[in-house]
Design a protein. Structure first.
Length: 302
């Protein structure tokens, strides 16, 4: 059994694509596909099914893939700890944060960094999802906090927070209570640049629901502009609940097949660096520190 092949399988699982997994590892798609096929032969079970909608785990894959994740997590932890023992000097942690990451979560990161076994300073950089991922891949950042959307299969990922998503549509009749995505799919949605994690999340949500995404012809520069333009009635918007700053006549919790739609935030980092073990410890602390409640608008508290 080849460890690199296990990583190929994990990458396919995370990206739902053999071609995307191959690009992430810098190998040809046939090489990656053949490696996965050899592992499936060794296991005696098929791990993935291909369809026009992408790659999905088989029932056997659903059981085995979490075990592969666990094995690779333990291996990465081992590598990170040996790196720390070999190079004990403490460096500042360079952290990239999406504009969607609130001050509360950044504060928790600062608190966690200063209580590590080797206390460290944080050097922050705020940018959209895509520039942050590129800087992480280039080694210019040690860890990023971003919306959890597919990508970066070679790195460690851990969800650190969830937040409900709401739909804003001032052109619709004002109603209370949650609403299904399919019931508001005909609106024209305001999006930010393609580099923004919220835009990727919105696009993926509609695609996974087999719904066509109609968009406002312009482009907002940030989620703040999306909120402002929705308030002006230029179009509808999907936003995390805490990012609603304006009064909207129609702002409703969003459902998908009866379940609340949530935006997950994750930490992404590389264990195979001298800071790997410190980053593991930092993320452990972020996931165990009790988060504050998501801020509510004034009318919600009345």
């Amino acid at each position: 059994m080849n460890i690199e092949t296990l990583r190929y399988v994990q990458a396919v699982s995370r990206t739902n694509s053999f071609s995307a997994a191959a690009r992430a590892y810098g190998v040809t798609q046939p090489s990656l596909s053949n490696g996965v096929a050899r592992l499936e032969e060794e296991f005696g079970v098929k791990l993935f099914d291909r369809s026009p909608r992408g790659v999905r785990p088989t029932p056997h894959g659903e059981q085995i893939l979490p075990l592969i994740d666990r094995v690779l997590d333990d291996l990465d932890t081992l590598l990170a700890e040996t790196q720390r023992l070999a190079q004990p000097a403490v460096e500042p942690i360079r952290m990239g944060v999406s504009p969607l990451i609130g001050a509360e979560l950044v504060g928790r990161a600062y608190q966690a960094a200063r209580t590590l076994e080797r206390p460290s300073d944080l050097i922050l950089r705020e940018a959209d999802h895509e520039p942050l991922t590129k800087d992480l891949q280039a080694g210019l950042l040690d860890i990023i906090l971003v919306p959890a959307v597919p990508g970066l299969p070679r790195f460690r990922h851990r969800v650190i927070a969830h937040e409900p998503v709401v739909v804003v549509d001032t052109a619709a009749s004002a109603e209370d209570g949650p609403v299904e995505l399919k019931e508001v799919a005909d609106a024209a949605y305001i999006l930010g640049p393609r580099t923004c994690g919220l835009t990727t999340f919105t696009t993926d949500l509609f695609r996974d629901s087999n719904l066509s995404l109609r968009t406002y012809p312009g482009e907002a520069a940030s989620f703040r502009a999306v909120d402002e333009w929705a308030a002006l009635g230029l179009g509808a918007a999907l936003l995390p609940r805490s990012k609603i700053t304006h009064e909207h006549t129609n702002c409703r919790p969003l459902l998908q097949s009866g379940s609340p739609v949530e935006l997950a935030y994750e930490a992404v980092w590389d264990c195979d660096t001298p800071l790997g073990a410190d980053l593991e410890e930092l993320v452990d602390a972020l996931t165990t520190l009790e988060p504050d409640p998501v801020p509510q608008r004034t009318e919600d508290r009345q």
